[in-house]
Design a protein. Structure first.
Length: 334
């Protein structure tokens, strides 16, 4: 009878637990990696705790103020915290904050994207470097400096623009001007646009620079012009980055305080025309009234700050949702 040679089977490989596999996949097998992972995780948790503490404090103080408010907090067009009982509302502040931010974004985003495209695809290296350096310096200028410049230089030179808008577009009612100092929402929006322009430009410039060179060369090989290369390769790739840059600029526009307080002449009412004084923003109202406010007045200002906090969170959440829907343009798979 034939016999076969029996060989020993290879020893079984040791089985690793799912937790160990997960740590190995994360590169957290060495002590240094585990320490770094713990610090990173702790920093993220600490940030969430701080945000929750801020939200809790604002909610508590806001509930005290709203409980004593004799008017509707969301629809009232007045701010009289010295009355007994006090009467205050945020309708004017919501209008002013939203309108000034929209004006700033409408002006700043197209100009910033155009400047970023010029620096990355049109300007020679000797010219793009100094221009980018100047833009970086503008992003570091304090807001009070912009406010002083706006009050002393921008406001006195807005009369010509206001007169032109009143002559040709005054029939719309939005651009009618009754005279007086041009300290209105349009001036605030222009100043905010100048302030957020460097932020959007810098981020958009860096995003456009990350466009895969193969995509641009492929478009050129097909006979595309420079603008067609930008339209078909650069802009789709950098779309999510431009959205992120715009949200960063919008965040600064929503929370800007000193520049708006220096330029705006608020009357705490809503004007149909963007050229007439009126309105106000959350940050400007808090800065101008906090020092002389009573205890209930401070709670009312904190309540308005809570609304601004929620608006900022909603804006950031909307930006994240837009970017998540456009992952094909994020460049992750490029």
């Amino acid at each position: 009878m034939d016999t076969t040679q029996i060989t020993d089977a290879p020893p079984p490989t040791p089985q690793t637990s799912p937790a160990e596999q997960k740590r190995a996949a994360r590169g957290a097998t060495r002590p240094g990696d585990r320490i770094f992972l713990a610090l990173s995780r702790g920093s993220g948790i600490l940030l969430l705790v701080i945000m929750a503490a801020i939200a809790g404090f604002l909610t508590y103080r806001a509930s005290i103020a709203i409980g004593k408010d004799d008017a509707n907090f969301f629809t009232a067009f007045e701010w009289n915290t010295g009355l007994v009982p006090p009467r205050f509302g945020i309708a004017v502040l919501v209008f002013g904050t939203v309108v000034s931010s929209i004006i700033a974004m409408v002006i700043a985003v197209p100009i910033a994207v155009a400047i970023a495209l010029f620096l990355t695809h049109y300007a020679p290296r000797k010219l793009s470097g100094p221009i980018a350096y100047v833009i970086d310096l503008l992003a570091a200028v304090p807001s009070i400096v912009y406010g002083l410049w706006g009050a002393l230089i921008l406001v006195p030179h807005m009369n010509g623009l206001y007169g032109w808008l009143d002559d040709y577009l005054g029939w719309t009612g939005i651009f009618s001007w009754q005279g007086g100092a041009p300290r209105s929402m349009l001036t605030v929006g222009i100043l905010l646009a100048i302030m957020i322009l460097p932020i959007i430009t810098n981020v958009s410039r860096e995003v456009f620079r990350q466009t895969p060179r193969m995509n641009e060369e492929a478009a050129l090989a097909l006979g595309a012009t420079r603008w067609e290369v930008i339209r078909m390769a650069v802009l789709p790739f950098g779309r999510s980055g431009v959205i992120s840059a715009s949200m960063l600029g919008l965040g600064r526009a929503l929370g800007e305080t000193m520049a708006v307080a220096t330029v705006l002449s608020p009357t705490f009412d809503i004007q149909a025309s963007l050229l007439d004084p009126g309105g106000g923003t959350f940050a400007q109202n808090i800065a101008s009234k906090f020092s002389e406010a009573t205890e209930i007045g401070r709670d009312a200002l904190i309540a308005s700050g809570l609304v601004l906090f929620v608006i900022t969170l909603l804006v950031n959440g909307a930006a994240r949702a837009i970017i998540a829907r456009r992952k094909e343009y994020s460049g992750a798979n490029a």
